[in-house]
Design a protein around this ligand. Structure first.
Ligand code: 5GP
Length: 211
């Protein structure tokens, strides 16, 4: 008698505009569930202060990145703010085959490719409670000039316009509540946040509309 095949793990994709709190929520999700695996992306962006290769990203040069694309080693890839980012295919697939859930922190372009290649993946979009609050959060990063903040806000709005392509929307107003909501979605109990729900659609549209 052969052992029963293990049920495959789930692939969860988290996307958000910068300032929505995605990084903090991702860390909290991973800390709360040691079985959840995070896919460390490849990027051509130079490391920021404090970032470590193989921990935050795999930092690679353009030639290596292009070789990975040519060898079909990336599950998805995209240019974000002038740098390339991509998800390694092999590791994600190994985890999923072994029954482990995997979390990707990628932008909407990557989310769209993942949806095409792995239609069973679960796409989650995190939004700030309002554009005004997003502006406050971005301004809180005191190092940026008004011009940079204005550009980031415009980029955030462009990113947010893609929420209808996602399965779920989570509004990050109260961080503990947003975390609990994400955990419910990962546990398969996120019906209240499905983008197919008219109330969720109204809420997401209101954030973008600036009301
Ligand atoms: P940062 O440079 O601030 O770490 O990330 C910038 C943006 O790139 C974020 O929106 C992040 O989600 C996205 N990103 C990070 N890794 C990947 C990836 O592997 N693929 C894609 N498509 N986007 C990524």
């Amino acid at each position: 008698m052969t052992a029963a095949a293990k049920a495959p793990g789930n692939l969860f994709v988290l996307s958000a505009p910068s300032g929505a709190g995605k990084t903090t929520l991702t860390r909290a999700l991973l800390a709360a569930d040691p079985r959840l695996r995070f896919s460390i992306s490849f990027t051509t962006r130079p490391p920021r202060a404090g970032e470590r290769d193989g921990h935050d990203y795999f930092f690679v040069d353009h030639a290596r990145f292009e070789a990975m694309i040519a060898a079909n080693e990336l599950l998805e890839h995209a240019a974000v703010f002038g740098n390339f980012y991509g998800t390694g295919r092999a590791q994600v697939q190994a985890h999923i085959r072994a029954g482990r859930d995997v979390l990707l922190d990628i932008d909407w372009q990557g989310a769209r490719q993942v949806r095409q290649r792995m239609p069973e993946s679960v796409l989650i979009f995190i939004m700030p409670p309002s554009l005004a609050e997003l502006g406050r959060r971005l301004r809180g990063r005191a190092t940026d000039s008004d011009e940079v903040i204005g550009r980031r806000l415009a980029e955030a709005q462009a990113e947010m316009s893609h929420w209808p392509e996602f399965d779920y929307v989570v509004i990050n107003d109260d961080r503990a509540l947003a975390l609990a909501t994400l955990q419910a979605i990962l546990a398969g109990r996120g019906a209240a946040c499905r983008t197919s729900d008219p109330a969720v659609r109204r809420l997401a549209a209101a954030v973008i509309g600036g009301t």
